[in-house]
Design a protein around this ligand. Structure first.
Ligand code: UD1
Length: 312
């Protein structure tokens, strides 16, 4: 019987978490509908996991997947701010409704804890940096609203039903397996592919916008801590490096790594975009014992190497 359920386990973040759990010798069940996840992300461990195909919008399928699991890592979601701008209903149904299904199933089946992939986007574009968990949420996109709503459900399920819930507000995660092929792909995945192909970077806006880019290994580490630290229950934590760089800085780093001066095509800023994002990670440090172990330079170099091996 699986002790751990990873929703979205075929996705970028979920599949890395699956690897870490398997490495510890844990029994893992994956729930995924392969809409933004891929079978190839799990190909190397397919015989070591229990794979349940299903959609987060299907309450009964979610309930069956949750049954018997002690901890649920709820990574499944439709990511992307621009996707949510063009299709807010589906983003909400999957991200908010799906999260409610997970929480309800966890409660019904007596799961101990739900660890949720929350998002830095809930802070919006408020001027004060760094962002601290005690600040008011101020979403700027339907995606951010869906993550905020799911977080609110987490809090309510903790207070009303006593379910142990932990929200991890990821700040722009990147690393191997992040899909570079979609129009909704994260910027690092896209820029790396362009850099390796010798193509110009497609910049939305000035490139001065900045992010607290977080390498995947740090996010996996945070999840393992969030599942086990007793004092984490009922809280949300920023998960990041606590350092921001601009997109123009990312371009400079990539150009250096590929040994080329590739041009940048500057276009209009993207609707729903946040200008600057930076995390205060004191709470994660103090309560979870979290410490980012891979900095951005190392993470970028490792990720670029990975895309190289994929023939990007
Ligand atoms: C947001 C959240 C992040 C969440 C993610 C899910 C914030 C600060 N971050 O990321 O926590 O995990 O949604 O999807 O809200 N860009 C280009 N050219 C491209 C692609 C992107 O210039 O080809 C720009 C975007 O306009 C944006 C930046 O790069 O300014 C980052 O975009 P993206 O990687 O999509 O992530 P966020 O929307 O910041």
């Amino acid at each position: 019987m699986a002790r751990y359920l990873v929703t979205g386990g075929a996705g970028f973040i979920g599949s890395h978490l699956v690897d870490a759990l398997l490495q510890r010798g844990d029994a893992v069940r994956v729930f995924d509908n392969f809409s933004t996840g891929y079978e190839h992300n799990l190909a190397h461990c397919i015989n070591d996991i229990e794979l349940v195909r299903g959609d987060l919008r299907d309450a009964e399928a979610v309930s069956q997947a949750v049954a018997g699991c002690e901890v649920i890592f709820h990574e499944g979601a439709l990511p992307s701010v621009p996707r949510s701008v063009s299709d807010p209903l589906t983003t909400d149904a999957v991200n908010t409704g799906g999260s409610l299904h997970v929480l309800q199933a966890a409660r019904q089946h007596g799961a101990r804890r739900v660890v949720f992939a929350a998002s830095s986007s809930v802070y919006g574009d408020t001027p004060i940096l760094p962002k601290v968990e005690t600040m008011a949420m101020s979403p700027k996109s339907p995606y951010a609203v869906s993550k905020m709503a799911a977080e609110s459900y987490l809090k309510v399920f903790h207070h009303v039903y006593g379910l142990e819930t932990v929200g991890l507000r990821y700040f722009n995660v990147f690393g191997p397996r992040q899909d570079p092929t979609s129009q909704y792909s994260g910027v690092i995945a896209r820029f790396m592919t362009l850099a390796l192909q010798g193509e110009p970077y497609t910049m939305n806006g000035t490139g001065n916008q900045s992010r607290d880019f977080t390498y995947i290994a740090n996010v996996v580490q945070a999840n393992l801590l969030a599942a086990s630290v007793p004092a984490a229950a009922g809280h949300v934590f920023n998960i990041a490096c606590g350092l921001r760089i601009s997109l123009n800085d990312v371009v400079a780093m990539l150009n250096k790594l590929v040994g080329k001066e590739l041009p940048v095509i500057y276009g209009p800023a993207r609707t729903g975009d946040v200008e600057h994002s930076l995390a205060d990670i004191s709470a994660a440090r103090q309560i979870l014992g979290f410490e980012p172990s891979v900095d951005i330079e190392t993470g970028i170099a490792r990720t670029l190497d990975w895309y190289r091996t994929q023939g990007a």
